[in-house]
Design a protein around this ligand. Structure first.
Ligand code: NAD
Ligand code: UFG
Length: 335
């Protein structure tokens, strides 16, 4: 069964392509390469042990989406494509609404024209905002986002809900990711942001490897055990497996569902630094800096629903996440 992965050449899409292939699906990748390198297809095919088509196209072009869906006779779409940098979304809101919201609308038009009615969407725990209570379940209140990126995730969730109400054969699953990190254990694929990384793990990896001098820990006065921010980090390989299980569940179902994908436990920034130092055998020098605008103190998932519905649960812990992120960083430097 062929499955279209929009944004399939990106960080989470590439790992999901491998997981889908290993589960017997045939992934078809669709990407405009705004944040990916077409050469990633080599390692993806190697890990998938099959030839994986990679189509160059933009989700904002409904006709191209329709043609690709028809050509490959895809039966479902996993929708990763979009822009994801919180700070950039404040500076360039129209780019974010255009790519993430308009892009999803034209993707849905292309799907409608091709008669494809199953969609798995990359949502985010950002829809919960600053939580009143932890852990976060899917019934926890959604909060107005503090930035355009977060608003696009909320809007797309609502659009998908409306689409399922208008078409009772449509199935939309919104997967609310917590903090995906790590890399494939082979070291062949991983996260390789351009420029100075915004997110904690890629930054820590570059400090450990000596490319950046020191990490700034944003805030040590949060109401958390050590004062630094706490997040539910999830290994990207577990996350990829979550998509396979979500897809297997969704095929043949209808309606709108939102499901958390997290490990169900939080780690502070200092705990992540210690785990990375242990995994890499390198020091990660850091200094405390003021809180970053828009950051929350703490979030972590209740991931029970994913287990109940999909039979999925994260298998890998923070040590494996740091080990694989470090391995990928070392491989990246060799290339
Ligand atoms: P990524 O940037 O590595 O992957 C996104 C891919 O989409 C890239 O390959 C990019 O080239 C492609 N793309 C962007 N706009 C496109 C367009 N208009 N048409 C076709 N392709 C386009 O990001 P990722 O970390 O793999 O994230 C995938 C999805 O998961 C995104 O929607 C992101 O918002 C969401 N998400 C990510 C995180 C995270 O921390 N990584 C957390 C929560 C949600
Ligand atoms: N942090 C630092 N120093 C840094 C970078 C981050 O101390 O240089 C801290 C942050 O303050 C936070 C933690 O590390 O406490 C994690 O920060 P990230 O930037 O790695 O991740 P966020 O939780 O801010 O956000 C990520 C994605 C969002 C997504 C969200 C929930 O960037 O797109 O997870 O899925 F919405």
């Amino acid at each position: 069964m062929r499955i279209l992965l929009t944004g399939g050449a990106g960080f989470i899409g590439s790992h999901t392509a491998v997981a889908l292939a290993n589960a017997g699906f045939e992934p078809v990748l669709f990407d405009n390469f705004s944040n990916a390198d077409p050469d990633v297809i080599g390692p993806i095919c190697e890990l998938a042990k099959q030839s994986v088509p990679l189509c160059h196209g933009d989700i904002r072009d409904a006709k191209t989406v329709e043609n690709v869906l028809r050509t490959y006779e895809c039966e479902a779409v996993i929708h990763f494509a979009g822009l994801k940098a919180v700070g950039e979304s404040v500076a360039k809101p129209l780019d974010y609404y255009d790519n993430n919201v308009n892009g999803t609308i034209s993707l849905l038009e292309g799907m409608k024209a091709a008669g494809v009615k199953t969609l798995i969407f990359s949502s985010s725990s950002t829809v919960y905002g600053d939580p009143d209570q932890l852990p976060l379940t899917e019934a926890s209140p959604l909060k107005p986002a503090t930035n355009p990126y977060g608003r696009t995730k909320m809007m797309v969730e609502e659009i998908l809900s409306d689409v399922t109400k208008s078409d009772d054969a449509f199935c939309a699953v919104c997967l609310r990711y917590f903090n995906p990190i790590g890399a494939h254990p082979s070291g062949l694929i991983g996260e390789n942001p351009n420029g100075i990384p915004n997110n904690l793990l890629p930054y820590v990896a570059r400090v450990a490897s000596g490319q950046l001098a020191s990490l700034k820990v944003f805030g040590n006065d949060y109401p958390t055990p050590d004062g630094t921010g706490v997040r539910d980090y999830i290994h990207v390989v577990d996350l990829a497996e979550g998509h396979v299980k979500a897809l297997q569940w969704a095929l043949g179902k209808t309606g709108w569902t939102a499901v958390n994908l997290g490990c169900g436990r939080g780690y502070s920034v200092l705990e992540v630094i210690r785990a990375f130092e242990k995994a890499s055998g390198r020091a990660v020098p850091f200094t405390f800096a003021p809180r970053r605008d828009g950051d929350i103190a703490e979030n972590y998932a209740d991931a029970t629903l994913a287990k109940t519905l999909f039979g999925w649960e994260a298998q890998l812990g923070i040590d494996e996440m740091c080990r694989d992120a470090w391995h990928f960083e070392c491989q990246r430097q060799k290339d």
